[in-house]
Write a protein that binds this ligand. Sequence first.
Ligand code: FES
Length: 115
Amino acid sequence: MTMTSTPTPTTTTTTTTQITLTVMPSGASYEAESGITLLEALTRHGVMKHECDNGGKICLNLCHVSVLEGRKSLSKVQRTENERLDQIVGVGSKSRLACQAVLGEEAVTVELPTL
Ligand code: FES
């Protein structure tokens, strides 16, 4: 009799937390999952479009937002984001690029720039 072992199925459990994402100046609130970028969340809800010709070559920095609340819940600003922010007029201490900021576990309130 030949015994064969059956591989034990492995399951990967990824936990995401639903957070509240509030967008000013409208004050509209949306559910968003932790671990995705602000841009992904805003795009899914039709709040923001991804205007850059990505593929990573051309980035127009049009996803600039101001984070009014929950800043510490977002991923830290990395060098590339900092360099891009330096190219934008009107950047402040609350500025983030939505494509670079990953949502954490706490509610976030952002303000979209008025064009
Ligand atoms: S999507 Fe291009 S800078 Fe954010």
